[in-house]
Write a protein that binds this ligand. Structure first.
Ligand code: S3P
Length: 176
């Protein structure tokens, strides 16, 4: 029986904001994998990328995903690249329903640019085409991993939370 919810999707899809609100609504603990990585290493994500490289970051991501996938009753916000290593999804799937948040490239760009967070995987100046390329590559990974898919482009956080809860109720494998 699955009692956790793992949120996946591209940067700017709203995983963290939605995850916090969903956890509150369902009375579950919220965990953010990027936050766990940051605390494990003692430095921010962009510094990990810069000093240790993306591969080192992905190894840390695998470690924290393994740790949280053992727990029950969590809402887990994953980093946008979690799907790149299949082992992460295989482990998370054992106790979590995987919710894929999508948004149009235009909305993703808008949210990424308006956010404070630095995104080290978007290195160049032409963010729109970088997002387009990355999305094209990653989309099949997200699609394959998803149990539930929600387009957040036109929704506010509470509406996304409501939709997730509605779809979870229809999912026989989920125990609320
Ligand atoms: C990444 C997304 C980031 C963070 C890291 C790499 C990615 O998380 O894990 O910068 O590869 O898409 P968010 O999706 O929360 O921005």
């Amino acid at each position: 029986m699955k009692t956790s919810i793992a949120l996946i999707g591209f940067m700017g899809a709203g995983k963290t904001a939605v995850g916090k609100a969903l956890a509150k609504k369902l009375n579950r603990k919220f965990v953010d994998l990027d936050y766990l990585i940051k605390h494990k290493v003692g430095k921010p994500i962009p510094e990990i990328f810069q000093q240790d490289g993306e591969d080192a970051f992905r190894e840390l991501e695998i470690e924290v995903a393994k740790e949280v996938s053992r727990d029950k009753n969590l809402v887990i916000a994953c980093g946008g690249g979690i799907v790149l290593n299949k082992i992460n999804i295989d482990r998370l799937r054992e106790k979590s329903i995987i919710v894929y948040l999508t948004a149009s490239p235009r909305i993703l760009l808008k949210r990424i640019l308006s956010g404070e967070e630095e995104r080290p995987v978007l290195k160049g100046s032409d963010k729109a085409s970088e997002i387009g390329e990355l999305l094209k590559f990653r989309k099949p990974f997200y699609e394959r991993a998803a149990d539930i898919k929600i387009n957040t482009s036109k929704l506010d956080i509470n509406s996304v939370v409501e939709q997730i809860i509605r779809k979870l109720k229809e999912d026989e494998g989920f125990h609320s």
